[in-house]
Design a protein around this ligand. Sequence first.
Ligand code: UDP
Length: 194
Amino acid sequence: MSATATKYSRVMLKISGEALMGDQGYGLHPPTVARIAEEVKSVRDLGVEICMVIGGGNIFRGLQGSAQGMERTTADYMGMLATVMNALAMQSALEAIGVFTRVISAIPMDQVCEPYIRRRAVRHLEKKRVCIFAAGTGNPYFTTDTAATLRASEMACQAIFKGTKVDGVYDKDPKKHGDARRYDHVTYDEVLEK
Ligand code: UDP
């Protein structure tokens, strides 16, 4: 099947780090990483060009570190490094099933992966390589959700998909509040007002 048969030809998939830890409380669960890789492959096989951003919350979140007394920007850089580990794990799982992949880091680390160069990343996508954007935006005080929207815009993705532990946008944390309300539709202005 060619990409013309699919609704989107280039997409961003954002996965939270926690999605990779399976039922464990921490770290990576290789069968879960492999299962997600299979799902990515099935979409790639339709001809869709795939960008990925993977969070780092299964290993380290900057806010946790700073709550424990660590300097915030240092803690955030540790969080960004955690996303690189997750990206490498996903690359390994994808390449094990024959999907060519590039890990592209916002923080240059040439011995480990490619630095982010927009036009080069676009070329990888055109060659049907899955691009995993690692190290977030490269800046502290952001999250990988920001990185996913930034890279999706730069790569001209037509849609962003988010694989996370909640099934939508709520007015409060549905795990903590039984009366949390899920929005079917929400605008940017509504979010600012509420
Ligand atoms: N982070 C950052 N800048 C970025 C992206 C991420 O400082 O552009 C840090 C931040 O500390 C964050 C951590 O990396 O807590 C892991 O990312 P995130 O919390 O988004 O992971 P997820 O919740 O998706 O697993």
